[in-house]
Write a protein that binds this ligand. Structure first.
Ligand SMILES: Cc1ncc(COP(=O)(O)O)c(C=O)c1O
Length: 383
């Protein structure tokens, strides 16, 4: 059956690549110490500041997003530091696991999955444990498709000169409003396979002035992730290690859509895709899982009798569409649909149609007009 369906990828990363990005990825390799690559690096370094809305340099590591998470830790903190970690899903758990590995003293702030953290809770914890050196949170917790009120959290943390706010914005930067300097975010990280519309393998990190102050005192060992050496190299127009030339050249293309005038349109488009997904899912009997749904990814609860993992596999096998399922306590319960990358209206209509067909295939009783209603709801949002 799949032969009738072109391959589609609607996950929260990796995401479909823009055709211009695909074109440049097919170009012959260029050396990283050439004038042409220096030009590219200078240009992307400037434009990344616009994406992060910061005056500070934004660095690139040749790593997945988790590399930038590690970089955030080792570049700012010291063994034995007290840290507060918002744990509201798989990626919050990752922060907690990582900081433990580095010998930090973790105070986990557990939040029910699907819920956002209450900034007042953070304020309370900071008052209770005044030695806390950093608050770690996701902006979007991808595993539950939930957005945290990062701006409000920042307004609390920024009052404390001795505490940093370290934000995993991997599924947020370039996808939703983020003003690093204005809001007072101290460390912000991103990943190439998300809103940047690139293959996996590049991560981004920026430090505020306050975080650079912490960097001077940080005693955790660092070599590959050492941002002091990266800073010196970037000032000379280079990356310290070999540059991920192909991906950075592709980044120059995708940044056109994430900066300047285009930025507003791209953010609006992502928001629209999320809203359209929420609306089209109603006639199909699929409920929104998160209490604070993100713009970059939507989690849909499958009907009680349907294992979402089976539905996901059926959709991939029969309809050539890759969506994501749930992890851990959400395994078998949710389907996650990504809204990042090069997604056309046609992809959205196909996804709607496929969801309808797949639910029917698995025996879910749906109203006779559910397909038409879902498509109409989708069209009404996308127009
Ligand atoms: C919020 C969040 N943090 C961290 C990561 C980890 O990134 P990576 O798999 O690129 O290491 C992801 C990836 O999906 C993510 O969504």
């Amino acid at each position: 059956m799949t032969k009738n369906y072109p391959y589609r990828l609607l996950t929260p990363g990796p995401v479909p690549l823009h055709p211009e990005v695909r074109k440049i990825l097919a170009e012959p390799m260029l050396h990283h110490r050439t004038p042409e690559f220096k030009r590219v690096l200078k240009n992307v370094s400037e434009k990344l500041k616009d994406v992060f809305e910061t005056k500070q340099p934004v660095f690139m590591h040749t790593s997945t997003g988790t590399g930038a998470m590690e970089s955030a830790i080792v570049n700012t903190l010291s063994p034995g530091d007290d840290v507060l970690v918002v744990v509201s899903g798989k990626f919050g758990e990752r922060w907690a696991d990582m900081v433990k590995q580095f010998g930090l003293n973790v105070h986990p702030l557990l939040v029910e999955w699907g819920n956002a953290v209450d900034p007042q809770e953070i304020e309370k914890q900071l008052a209770l444990h005044p030695t806390i050196k950093a608050v770690f949170s996701q902006y979007c917790e991808t595993s539950t498709a939930t957005v945290h009120p990062i701006r409000d959290i920042a307004s609390i943390v920024r009052k404390r000169s001795e505490t940093l706010l370290i934000v995993d914005a991997i599924t947020a930067v370039g996808a939703m409003e983020l003003k690093m300097d204005e809001w007072g975010l101290d460390v912000v990280i991103g990943g190439s396979q998300k809103a940047f519309m690139l293959p996996t393998g590049l991560s981004f990190i920026a430090l505020s002035e306050k975080a650079w102050g912490f960097n001077q005192k940080s005693r955790l060992p660092k070599y590959y992730w050492d941002l002091r050496t990266e800073k010196k190299s970037l000032e000379k127009g280079e990356t310290h290690f070999s540059s991920a030339v192909a991906t950075i050249r592709a980044l120059e293309i995708s940044l056109q859509f994430l900066t300047g005038e285009q930025k507003t349109q791209t953010l609006a488009r992502i928001k629209k895709l999320a809203k359209a997904t929420r609306e089209m899912s109603k006639p199909l009997g699929l409920q929104i899982y998160s209490k604070f749904p993100s713009a970059s990814v939507t989690a849909l609860l499958t009907p009680g009798e349907i294992d979402s993992q089976k539905l996901r596999e059926h959709i991939e096998k029969e309809y050539n569409l890759t969506l994501m399922g749930g992890q851990d306590q959400l395994k078998g319960k949710i389907l996650r649909i990504g809204h990042l990358g090069y997604i056309t209206d046609d992809d959205m209509a196909a996804t709607t149609e496929i969801l309808y067909l797949a639910l029917k295939d698995l025996g879910v009783p749906l109203a006779a007009n559910a397909r038409e209603e879902a498509l109409a709801a989708l069209r009404a949002e996308l127009k």
